[in-house]
Design a binder for this molecule. Sequence first.
Ligand code: PGA
Ligand code: ZN
Length: 428
Amino acid sequence: KIQSVDAYQIYDSRGMPTVEVEVTLENGVKGCGLVPSGASTGQFEALELRDGDKSKFRGKSVFQAVANVNGEISDAVVGLDAYDQRAVDQAMINLDGTPNKSRLGANAILGVSMAVANAAANAKGVPLYESLGGGEGNLLPLPEIQIIGGGAHANWRTDVQDFLVIATGAKDYAETLEITFNVYHAAGDIFRERNKYYGLADEGGYWPEFETNEEVFDTFVEAIKRAGYTPGKEASISLDIAASDLYDEETQTYKFRLEDRSFTREEFADLMIEWCEKYPIISVEDPAADTDWESWDKIMKSVGHKVQIIGDDLFTTNPTRIQEGIERGAANSVLIKLNQIGSVTETIDAIRMTQEAGWLPVVSARSGETEDAFICHLSVATNAGQLKVGSFARSERMVKWNECLRIERTLGEKAEFVGAELYQKIFK
Ligand code: PGA
Ligand code: ZN
């Protein structure tokens, strides 16, 4: 049973305030929950409660969320059974009473939810993946790892937010990191040689300086070759367009700032399809805005049989929106972020719903991360099969890739890896 709940403000990987919660059980066992935070957030996400007092922490402090945990939420969950995650989460959802957790804050509720999950695992004396998955989880993820960061994460130096590598030729999890290592450092060499090494973006990818978006593709393909791989074979390209950030609802146009170009909805969908045909792309996230369902339909019809089409801002890990997407066949994959929906139970439900539809879930970090590796365990616990954490640098990213290596060792013989064969489920 939960004995006490203690929340406080800590700082994320961008130096921004966020919530940490420590839960203590009656037997003295503890568990922590550290809440991540996005920058290119979807409009349908659960609400991240910030104080908004511009004279303090630029309005970004989370003292109200902390107070909500230490007050109302604590009163509601103390005495509940930590092994019954669903009951604890439901009690908080009921207490909040809003559809998007806007009264108490998704950051308050999620912090408690993650802390309870960790405390339960600690009390059972088993790894979190085992406790969360009821012993069913043993699938190591195929990672997508950022090589170049742009968009909202790099002061708009490119319009596309993430240029990522997927190690489609890897035979096990460890090899995905070896392939990524080679591509990441080959890209770094190229940037250095061309005097374009300007440091790292928010998620650890190279901070780009290009004239056109296409130029990035050429550099990326060159890096894959320089690393000794055939593009599209051992190493493939994955994109997060984060198109909602490029979309103007009023004029219904997409804009590229880098090239000063503007597109109708049809033109932009055509460009996404063209890129998928032209480059060794295996996966594209948010190729259209979160209200532009017609473009999703069009892109899926053209390339959905050979490219993973992931909805992030489109679905915001929200079961109602995922259901709508499944019904109209708008995508074939769902990005899964704990803080978009705001509790562990609802996140696992979203993963299950995705899997039951024959789609693929991709468990994901946020651009504002912490030193916590909860999502690695979530990915293995649910056999999600894919993980997106940002790049191959900076400790808030590496802690996740390294945690999966540890899980692989702990699972030993039981560890499974399907890798790029996963895509056979959705490529028809
Ligand atoms: P965010 O970016 O955490 O800033 O939303 C990640 C993503 O868009 O996938
Ligand atoms: Zn995204």
